[in-house]
Design a protein around this ligand. Structure first.
Ligand SMILES: [Zn+2]
Length: 443
């Protein structure tokens, strides 16, 4: 155990700590010290008696655990939350793409992303893998709210709502990466949208850029039956096979959804060292299907959880996502013990960090790791008693129980409230909504 320092920026005391380390170590009555954005030490509260801290958080029996890593999101799409409900993926995409074409600008992306990231921070999320147009605007939003972000240039085979023809898109990608390599709190991936929006030559170009720049890819894959049909028409095979043929499937690749996989594709995913962002709320709402979690786990594929965008989800709640992951896995297999609660919490924390390529820095509470953590208030009636904290988190707790959130040591939620002021962005999103759907009164 690392000794507690004499001085720390923040000291959290009297918490029940779930470290989420390899042995799922728990510390009752624990303390955790933060210094320079990192976890300086954690252990029994008595060991921290000599530590002076600028800020002390009395956790009073609360539950302290790593922040959630949301591995698939389009934060700015809160702009379209609830706009195109009750229809399948292809109809949903048509409606959303029309609204995007008319209303998405760097300014609206920034405002929407501030709301989306704020919603996530309030729900215990400390890092988000986000794919959307105008990624510089989402980076600005993440800086404001304080949430860590994996961002990247989006690749789509037509001009898109950012009006970039393919050669300009490639140039933008290179410039974006050069601009943000080393930006504090920002990690980079290349983000080809999917095999149904990119032809083979373009997929190969993205794979080549990924090799050249040393950046992994994040891509939608095998989400829904309609996608399987489209990809079969366009490529004569499945999303997984065409992505592999083009060099996209490789270590570090992060696949959103991965619902429709045959046994050979699951083996291929494991062999290539790709990870999955399982998005059970979006998959259920759009009738996309149930991912084969049991088989993916058995094959050793790194699994994580994503909310997807609020236009398909419809919220960005990792507690609901955990619970839905459990329900789908249980219903899909007929086995109530197929995915224990502890493993679901692991998917939402350390699994997410590993899937995002950040496993050495995030996802586990240990000295030297980023101070990405949340404190759950266990005093509400629906959380008493809490025999098994993992079961409490998955099956009883909600984001309303999140009291404190620190992201790289910055206190982004204090006493259940966001520390950043976002009144301007709320007003801006309301104004955008009034333009998208004038008429009925908006809140
Ligand atoms: Zn998505």
């Amino acid at each position: 155990m690392t000794a507690f320092p004499a001085r720390a920026d923040t000291l959290i005391t009297d918490a029940r700590i779930l470290t989420m380390d390899d042995g799922f170590t728990e510390i009752a009555g624990g303390a955790l010290a933060i210094a320079g954005g990192k976890i300086a030490a954690l252990g029994p509260a008595s060991a921290a008696a000599g530590t002076e801290a600028a800020e002390v958080v009395d956790a009073r029996g609360g539950l302290l655990l790593p922040g959630f890593v949301n591995t698939h999101c389009h934060a700015a799409m809160v702009l379209f939350r609830g706009l195109a409900d009750d229809r399948p993926l292809d109809g949903f995409l048509k409606a959303v793409w029309a609204a995007e074409a008319a209303h998405v600008t760097p300014g609206t992306v920034r405002a929407g992303a501030v709301l989306g990231l704020a919603e996530m921070a309030l729900g215990g999320v400390t890092h988000v893998v986000d794919m959307y147009f105008h990624p510089d605007a989402t980076i600005a939003a993440a800086r404001k709210v304080g949430v860590g972000l994996t961002s990247g240039p989006v690749f789509i085979g037509f001009d898109g709502i950012d009006h970039l023809p393919w050669p300009d898109r490639l140039r933008f990608a290179e410039e974006f990466v050069a601009r943000h390599r080393g930006t504090d709190g920002v990690e980079l991936m290349l983000m080809p949208h999917s095999a149904y929006t990119l032809d083979e030559a373009k997929l190969r170009e993205v794979a080549a850029m990924s090799d050249r720049l040393g950046l992994p890819v994040h891509v939608h894959a095998a989400e829904a039956p309609s996608e399987m049909r489209l990809v079969a028409e366009q490529h004569g095979t499945t999303p997984m096979r065409i992505l592999d043929a083009c060099g996209i499937l490789k270590p570090g690749a992060l696949l959103a959804h991965a619902v429709h996989l045959d046994d050979a594709e699951i083996a291929l995913l494991a062999e290539r060292g790709a990870a999955v962002a399982h998005c059970p709320l979006s998959n259920a709402k759009l009738a996309s299907g149930m991912a084969r979690l049991k088989a993916l786990r058995a094959a050793g594929v790194t699994l994580s959880l994503g909310t997807d965008g609020a236009s398909s989800g419809n919220d960005l709640d990792m507690f609901k996502t955990m619970r839905q992951a459990a329900y789908l896995a249980i219903l899909g297999s007929g086995e109530p013990d197929v995915l224990p609660a502890r493993d679901i919490v692991a998917m939402a924390t350390r699994g997410g960090a590993a899937a995002a390529g950040l496993g050495a820095r995030k996802g586990v509470l240990a000295p030297g790791r980023d101070a990405d953590l949340m404190l759950i208030d266990l005093s509400a009636p629906h959380l008493i008693p809490a025999y098994d904290p993992y079961s409490t988190l998955v099956y009883a707790a909600g984001r309303e129980d999140v009291r404190e959130v620190f992201a790289r040591g910055r206190r982004i939620v204090a006493g259940g409230r966001l520390t950043a002021g976002i009144g301007d962005e709320i007003a801006e999103v309301r104004a955008v909504a009034a333009r998208i759907a004038p008429g009925p009164a908006r809140n």
